[in-house]
Design a protein around this ligand. Structure first.
Ligand code: 5GP
Ligand code: MG
Length: 181
């Protein structure tokens, strides 16, 4: 049986602090670049995206547009496969825009690798990747994010947008799913 571990892996306070730092970092880097077009991957990144973009706005960074992509990879429930499908695409032309992809977690890298390939083929002015969490130990594709909130070990995490079988997305912190006998 899988259950939610009693103690957070990353607390609400730690997330808030780090998201603010990330927004500062992004705002500094884009200051002389221009407005950002944010593309968030649903559903896992919805909480992070909302917090990060509002923080960017507080930092004075213009977010020109926010759009969403839904990607799905067919495979086991807690693992993505190399077969990544775009279920919902962005609604507008990204050519010439400074695109920032926002996702919850970079794991095998299969999803982001496919997405990067697809979006680059549409000729954005620039393309950067921002993730709240990174599990580098599980990488299968050669890909790194430009902005990373926290590097974590190989755990299955939930909360702050991330789910286990659609549960726990509403938790304000990042928690761990444990297997109990
Ligand atoms: P990748 O293609 O990099 O293996 O998979 C990335 C996606 O897998 C993430 O956007 C996320 O939806 C899901 N994922 C990977 N690791 C975790 C995890 O520890 N917890 C949850 N809830 N989802 C994860
Ligand atoms: Mg995801």
């Amino acid at each position: 049986m899988f259950t939610l571990a009693p103690n957070p892996l990353i607390t609400e306070k730690e997330i808030k602090k780090r998201v603010t730092q990330m927004a500062e970092e992004i705002a500094v880097e884009y200051e002389n670049v221009g407005p950002v077009m944010a593309i968030a991957l649903l559903r896992g990144s919805y909480v992070f995206t909302a917090d990060l973009l509002r923080e960017l706005s507080r930092q004075g960074q213009t977010v020109q547009e926010i759009d969403f992509i839904i990607a799905s990879s067919y495979g086991a429930a807690t693992e993505s496969s190399g077969n990544v499908q775009i279920v919902r695409d962005v609604g507008s032309d990204i050519s010439g825009k400074h695109v920032l992809i926002i996702d919850d977690i970079l794991d095998s890298g299969n999803t982001m690798h496919r997405l990067q390939e697809l979006l680059l083929s549409r000729k954005p002015a620039s393309l950067k990747i921002c993730v709240l969490l990174d599990k580098p130990s599980r990488r299968e594709k050669k890909i790194e994010a430009d902005y990373i909130g926290f590097k974590i070990d190989d755990h299955f995490v939930v909360g702050y947008g991330l789910d286990f079988d659609q549960r726990f997305r509403e938790l304000p912190y990042i928690g761990l799913i444990e297997e109990r006998a």
